[in-house]
Design a protein around this ligand. Sequence first.
Ligand SMILES: [Mn+2]
Length: 264
Amino acid sequence: MRVASVERETRETRITGRVDLDGTGVAEIATGIGFLDHMLEQLAKHSLIDLTLKAEGDLHIDFHHTTEDTGYVVGEAISQALGERAGIERYGEALIPFDETLTRVALDASNRPYLVWKVALSRPKLGEMDTELFKEWFQAFAQAGGMTLHIETLYGENTHHIVESCFKGLARALRQAVAIDPRRAGAIPSTKGVLGRAQDSALRPAQDSALRPAQDSALRPAQDSALRPAQDSALRPAQDSALRPAQDSALRPAQDSALSGRSG
Ligand SMILES: [Mn+2]
């Protein structure tokens, strides 16, 4: 079963999420931000990934923390559910029209987090939500999910259409990328022989801290110490220690604030 549950708790947000990669697109979302709920429901619907997400965030400040942190949790849950990423298609792409808007998404579930975001949002607000937060969501998702993600809106006018086409494009690309390719017969789709978090176990922590891997914060897989698998062991991903996210404390980078990458 390719399922995973994640809890994330900080002073800013408390979030629980669960994914089933082989679902039917059932969503149960409550973030406290209506528009974000709408987007995450689209993500589930069009990826066919079942997604449960409950967030309690500091919305009295603004929507930044909750938006970004839900990206971390969804990405982390998908990454955990993918385990070693054996047998998957790995790549996915989508071209999504939404009335006057056309958005292109290309994704590599490579465990190489990277976001290219070429999306111009002319209106600063969508309902109560600052539109600049959508990039933050996708950045967090790419980082925690271990995804190289390129999103470009080729043209479009309506901000709602543009944002929604990005989430739908991610959904369709994810659906392809996480699908099991029967011709691979369970092989890991990389000439390196590793893709998932198992890659981390191949890294030996050098004694000299200057030699530690993953100095580049943009390349770190979800090291966020606030993320942890949910307590229910039945919901955990494969128990194989090689699949666990960076349990080795020696591999962890500096805690928390540096990881959130927030400016405010
Ligand atoms: Mn809509």
